[in-house]
Design a protein around this ligand. Structure first.
Ligand SMILES: Cc1ncc(COP(=O)(O)O)c(C=O)c1O
Length: 545
């Protein structure tokens, strides 16, 4: 008998990893459902969805009622919609004291545990003058405070330099920055600051532009060349960064890196790339910050693909990632696994506080004016508890295997149907390349077929998000200005812990129907909001023709 058990253990183990064949995947999720939410609508209600879409939402996915979505809501992976029982239990223990509630201290300890010693460790006063963790109700509020105070401090310090760009800049950088530097009449005006990144997210871009600065995306060449074999397509182009700092260092107050790179296809960044950025930023004495929303997913990719870290645990890799930076902002609605939350964390002894002595007070004042006391930062005490617990779960290897594995299988399902997805598939979402989906017919920046695609998929019962020529492009009153560098994606972001594979298979089937009849998908006409900033959140459309 013992031979039989050994035999079957071998066979069962082999079956677990059978991921190659469609529909054959036997590894159970490392969790099971304890609570479910029934839908209030049926997948058969096509006409009702069409009416809501056309008459109420103006074809804008953001304006479509969530309770009328019977399939997968893949608009965003943000604001983790399914929390663990441990998180719900922790919320009961939420301390709603106005100042210095228990959750603040618990969260600060957890930040030090998650991101490494030196970040938010003991000894700092609560929300006081030596603190380095600043809480906000979500990521963009942290971004807003950061760039507002940065702009103020730069102006106080009389930093920057006006005039034309240095001729030493690489021609492609000159070409990309030059037209954005001019004053209203096109002449080079006063100092305009440049914030480079691998790619900024839309709200980060919006916050930087709002302060009169230039967000500059420097994704690596292998990403731009669509190299499907490269596991770290989120990396930044070091040559361009170095050239920028060599010639325009005075205009660059901080270098950013988004992990994983959401705008660039949810692609991870390697430790090697971070080390190189650190070397370059050190050489030119420029602070280096992360937009760290999906830090744990990024660490999972490092463990898998960066040889040096193959045997290192996820928590250790996370701490390694954060060793190289002077600060970060984070939306805790992603890898905080929470419904709400954001933070800005700045190294207490780092370059930024040294260079701008008024920075800390500036951030704290903004918290008090817009969010509440720094020890709760716009969040309920129970949210802080949920985040602290979420940060413990998110670095679990079994959780990340299940999470990223599901996104990979979803991407593979679309790929098998011939849908052009960005490959390798990233950690939180599958990105459909709309230019390739329409065989180049959507290359006209003004017809916004990505919007039409999302609208028709909503009628099928699933919601995704256009992140392409509409979301990242702009309209100057006469012509469309495409995103720089040009991207034209629709993103299907998979919420954490929420759907089963069969739900996502339903999305694959609906996309397959659209692909089979792609020549019948029209462009859209913008009825409202084409010239607005952050226009994709607000606009209304109708089908053209
Ligand atoms: C990379 C990145 N940065 C910033 C944000 C903004 O965070 P929040 O939605 O919490 O404001 C997001 C949100 O999706 C994001 O993906």
């Amino acid at each position: 008998m013992s031979d039989a058990t050994a035999f079957f253990i071998r066979r069962f183990r082999g079956a677990l990893d059978n991921v190659g064949e469609p529909g054959r995947y036997f590894r159970p999720r490392p969790y099971r459902n304890a609570v479910v939410r029934f839908r209030g609508c049926s997948i058969e209600d096509f006409e009702q969805r069409r009416d809501i879409l056309v008459n109420e939402a103006g074809l804008n996915a953001f304006l479509f009622r969530a309770d009328m979505i019977p399939g997968c809501d893949l608009l965003s992976d943000s604001g983790t919609t399914t929390m663990t029982m441990e998180q719900w239990a922790a919320m009961f223990l939420g301390d709603e004291a106005y100042g210095s509630n228990e959750g603040f201290f618990e969260l600060r300890e957890q930040f030090a545990e998650t991101f490494g010693a030196g970040w938010c460790d003991e000894g700092a006063s609560a929300g006081g003058s030596s603190d380095s963790m600043f809480l906000f109700h979500q990521g963009r509020a942290a971004e807003n405070a950061f760039f507002s105070v940065l702009a103020r401090e730069l102006s106080r310090a009389g930093a920057g330099r006006g005039g034309a760009l240095s001729g030493g800049l690489l021609p492609e950088l000159l070409e990309r920055i030059g037209p954005r530097l001019g004053g209203a009449d096109g002449s080079p005006g006063g100092p305009v600051f440049i914030i480079p990144s691998n790619s900024h997210f839309d709200t980060t871009q919006g916050n930087i532009e709002d302060k009169g600065m230039i967000p500059l995306n420097l994704p690596c060449k292998r990403h731009l060349e669509n190299d499907e074999t490269y596991p770290f397509r989120g990396n930044m182009d070091i040559e361009e960064l170095e050239n920028l700092l060599e010639h325009e260092r005075d205009r660059v107050p901080v270098v950013y890196l988004t992990v994983t790179n959401n705008t660039g296809g949810g692609q991870p960044v390697s430790i090697d790339n971070m080390r190189r950025i650190r070397q370059v930023t050190r050489r030119y004495n420029v602070p280096f910050f992360l937009d760290a929303c999906r830090f744990a997913e990024n660490a999972w990719f490092i463990q898998r693909h960066e040889e040096e870290f193959a045997g290192t645990g996820i928590p250790e890799i996370v701490r390694e990632m954060f060793r190289y930076v002077d600060g970060f902002h984070i939306s805790l609605k992603k890898d905080g696994l929470a419904n709400m939350g954001g933070a800005l964390v700045i190294r207490r002894d780092g370059d930024l506080f040294r260079r701008f002595p008024g920075f800390r007070e500036g951030i704290t004042d903004r918290q008090i004016m817009t969010e509440g006391h720094p020890t709760y930062g716009g969040l309920a005490g129970r949210d802080l508890m949920a985040i602290a617990e979420g940060l413990r779960t998110v670095v679990r290897r079994d959780y990340l295997d299940a999470r990223i594995g599901q996104v990979a299988r979803f991407g593979a399902g679309l790929d098998r149907c011939g849908i052009p997805v960005v490959k390798p598939v990233g950690g939180h979402a599958v990105y459909i390349d709309i230019d390739r989906f329409f065989d180049g017919a959507a290359a006209d920046v003004g017809d916004f077929r990505g919007i039409a695609f999302t609208a028709l998929l909503l009628i099928a019962g699933h919601r995704v998000c256009e992140l392409g020529t509409y979301a990242f492009g702009s309209f100057d009153g006469e012509r469309e200005i495409p995103p720089d560098p040009r991207i034209n994606y629709v993103r299907a972001a998979v919420p954490r812990l929420t759907y089963e594979d069969r739900d996502l298979s339903a999305v694959v089937e609906a996309v397959r129907v659209l692909a089979d009849h792609r020549d019948r998908i029209p462009g859209v006409k913008v009825e409202y909001g084409r010239q607005l900033s952050l226009r994709h959140f607000k606009s209304r459309f109708s089908f053209a023709g």
